[in-house]
Design a protein around this ligand. Structure first.
Ligand code: SF4
Ligand code: SF4
Length: 300
C-alpha cells in the first residue's frame, strides 16, 4: 500500500497546485445523472460522450486491476485580458495547450512513482479518455461541482485544469469527498446569456463554449444573436461566480497569455491562410478549431 503524503509531495514538486487521491469506484447516483444528461441530448452532437459508457463506470477497462485515482489540479486563472476588447477568448486558452503541459508533467509523475514502485501499472489522462474527471476530483476532496458544471475549489475557484493517474495500487489513506454545494446562489444560471444552465445541468446545445468550439456547423441564429463577442469559449458563468472573485493569478509560465493570443483581432483573420492559422495556433487550445470556424465565430 502506498503512502499518499509521499505521492502528493511528488505532485507539488512537479508544479501541480493540488492533488487528491481516491479509490476507483463510481457512484451509481453520479453515473445515472450522467446517463440522464445524455438521454436529454444535452451533449449536443458530442457523440463521443455516449461511447465507452462501460469504461466510465469501470476504470478496470482502462487500467487492469485499477485501484486508485490520483487527481491533480493546475490553476490557470488570469486577468481578463479581453475585458475592454470587442472579442473575447476563454482564459483556459490563453497559454500553451493544457493537454500538452499537464500530460508531460503526469509522465514525470509516473516516472517518480515507478522509481519507488517499479511494478506499478498505471496510465495518465487529461481530457483524453472516458473518465468522469470532475466526479473523481470531487471524490478526492479537491472541490465541489457547481451549478455552472465546473469543479469549484477553495483556493483557485473554478479556473483549474484536471488531470488523473489511474493505478493498480491501493493507498493507506484516501481523501474525503467534498460535499459542499452552491446552496442558494444562482448567479451563473441568471447570468448565462443563452439559458444553457439549469440547476446542475448544462444544455450544451445552448452553450456558447460548445457553439464556438465543438459545433462543426453554423451557429443557429437564435443563439448567435445572443453571442456578443465570444470567439472561442465563454467564461461568463465562471466570472460571475462568488468563488471566483479575488483569486490568485496562476504562476505557471506555460499558462501566461501568449502575445499571439493577446494581440489577436478579427482583422488578422483575413491575412491568415488556413495553414498559417494552423501553424500560428498549434500548441494552443485554439488549435481545436480551424480558421473557417473562427471566421464563423467572429461573424456569428
Ligand atoms: S459557458 Fe457561457 S453559455 Fe455556456 S453555460 Fe456558461 S455562461 Fe452559459
Ligand atoms: S455562481 Fe453560484 S450557483 Fe453558480 S457555480 Fe458559483 S456558487 Fe454555484
Amino acid at each position: 500500500m502506498l503512502n499518499s503524503d509521499l505521492i502528493k509531495s511528488f505532485a507539488f514538486d512537479l508544479g501541480f497546485d493540488d492533488c487528491g487521491i481516491t479509490n476507483c469506484c463510481v457512484s451509481e447516483k453520479y453515473f445515472n445523472f450522467f446517463n440522464d444528461w445524455l438521454d436529454k441530448n444535452y451533449h449536443a452532437d458530442m457523440n463521443y460522450l455516449k461511447k465507452n459508457l462501460e469504461i466510465r463506470k469501470n476504470l478496470n477497462l482502462l487500467v487492469e486491476n485499477a485501484k486508485s485515482v490520483i487527481v491533480v489540479l493546475m490553476n490557470y486563472n488570469n486577468i481578463d485580458f479581453f475585458k475592454d476588447k470587442n472579442i473575447s477568448i476563454a482564459k483556459y486558452a490563453y497559454g500553451t495547450d493544457y493537454h500538452i503541459v499537464i500530460k508531460n508533467k503526469l509522465y514525470d509523475f509516473i516516472h517518480k512513482i515507478k522509481e519507488i514502485y517499479p511494478n506499478v501499472n498505471c496510465r495518465c489522462f487529461v481530457d483524453s479518455a472516458p473518465i468522469l474527471e470532475r466526479y473523481f476530483a470531487k471524490k478526492a476532496g479537491l472541490g465541489f461541482i457547481g451549478k455552472n458544471n465546473c469543479l469549484i475549489t477553495k483556493k483557485f475557484g473554478s479556473f483549474v485544469f484536471i488531470g488523473e493517474i489511474i493505478l493498480d495500487l491501493e493507498f493507506i489513506n484516501y481523501d474525503k469527498e467534498n460535499i459542499e454545494e452552491c446552496e442558494k446562489c444562482n448567479k451563473c444560471i441568471e447570468f448565462c446569456p443563452t439559458g444553457a444552465l439549469t440547476e446542475f445541468c448544462l444544455n450544451s446545445n445552448k452553450c456558447i463554449s460548445y457553439q464556438t468550439i465543438e459545433n462543426k456547423n453554423k451557429i443557429p441564429k437564435e443563439l448567435s444573436n445572443k453571442i456578443k463577442k465570444q470567439i472561442f469559449g465563454c467564461d461568463i458563468c465562471q466570472n460571475v461566480c462568488p468563488h471566483n472573485q479575488n483569486l490568485e493569478i496562476n504562476n505557471h509560465a506555460e499558462f501566461q497569455i501568449l502575445p499571439k493570443i493577446l494581440n489577436f483581432d478579427k482583422s488578422e483573420l483575413n491575412n491568415l491562410t488556413d495553414k498559417k492559422f494552423e501553424e500560428k495556433f498549434s500548441e494552443t487550445a485554439l488549435s481545436r478549431i480551424n480558421r473557417e470556424k473562427m471566421v464563423g465565430n467572429c461573424g456569428n
